[in-house]
Ligand binder design. Structure first.
Ligand code: SF4
Length: 143
């Protein structure tokens, strides 16, 4: 082992697992701005040092090379193309408006991802409830 070689430091960030409603506390282990592991929080009130397999190991999507990093809209050629946020939001708004006008407000159904922050989940349900006057929402966050 080279005594002159040293790894960058590992930092711990306390957070709550977002995959389900149990709300287990965990520490994200981060080195060089990348998540390299997850530790269960021994003092987590909901989990007391335990995590299920999802909370413990399912974090690789964060740095996945195929993760979307910009909006995509489908072009006339049927293919997805990079777009600005304004273009993508205009397209989405037009689509929602068209579906609701043609089929009614219950034709729109919101499903939040277990990989989104709680704040994004909140906004999704608000969008469906206020925008369409519907409680047709769900979340895939089940362990
Ligand atoms: S998915 Fe697993 S680790 Fe995450 S909050 Fe639920 S039970 Fe806890």
């Amino acid at each position: 082992m080279n005594p002159n070689f040293s790894h960058p430091p590992i930092t711990k960030t306390r957070t709550i697992c977002g995959y389900c409603g149990v709300g287990c506390s965990l520490d994200l282990l981060v080195r060089d701005n990348r998540i390299i592991g997850v530790q269960p929080a021994m003092d987590g009130p909901a989990n007391e040092g335990a995590l299920c397999v999802k909370g413990q190991f399912a974090y690789d999507y964060v740095h996945h090379p195929e993760r979307l990093t910009h909006p995509l809209v489908r072009g006339a050629d049927g293919q997805l193309h990079q777009a600005t946020w304004d273009e993508a939001l205009d397209r989405a708004a037009a689509g929602f408006t068209q579906v609701a006008a043609k089929h009614g407000r219950h034709a729109v159904y919101g499903v939040a991802s277990g990989r989104t922050p709680t704040e994004a989940d909140y906004l999704m349900q608000k969008f469906i409830r206020v925008g369409f006057g519907s409680h047709y929402i769900d979340n895939c966050s089940r362990a």
